[in-house]
Design a protein around this ligand. Structure first.
Ligand code: CO
Length: 134
């Protein structure tokens, strides 16, 4: 079921500062910052040959990552995103194993304009997992 690693998301206080680290220290190619009000995040993508790093900064009043950044002021890995071919089939298969789907369990349109679901970190080795229908 699980496909490619679409991205690793790192939540930070400032995506500009984080992007400068990736650009200057690691020589990575970075995107322009984008504020996604409906997701409560500001994003810069680091483009790698085989995947992406998504740098996330809290944006607006009720950012879903505000608490995480408050607890991790130096930044930290927030989630990993795996691609699946059919998100509803993946959801049913996971629910049958007892895995918990977050929120109301219905796919939402994610930061890349594609349907996504999030899975409970306690069911996946302490890591918040995003599934994206590629
Ligand atoms: Co993501």
């Amino acid at each position: 079921m699980i496909g490619r690693l679409n991205h690793v998301a790192i939540a930070v206080e400032s995506v500009e500062k984080a992007a400068a680290v990736y650009k200057n220290a690691l020589g990575a190619k970075i995107s322009k910052p984008e504020s996604l009000a409906e997701h409560g995040v500001k994003v810069i993508f680091v483009e790698l040959p085989n995947t992406k790093i998504e740098l996330l900064e809290p944006f607006g009043e009720n950012s879903p990552i505000a608490g995480f950044v408050a607890k991790n002021p130096a930044g930290g890995i927030h989630h990993v995103c795996y691609e699946v071919d059919d998100i509803l089939a993946a959801r049913e298969q996971l629910k049958a194993t007892g895995a918990r789907v977050l929120g109301d369990g219905e796919p939402k349109i994610g930061a890349h304009g594609k349907p996504v679901l999030f899975l409970h970190p306690k069911d996946f080795c302490g890591t918040l997992v995003e599934l994206e229908q590629a």
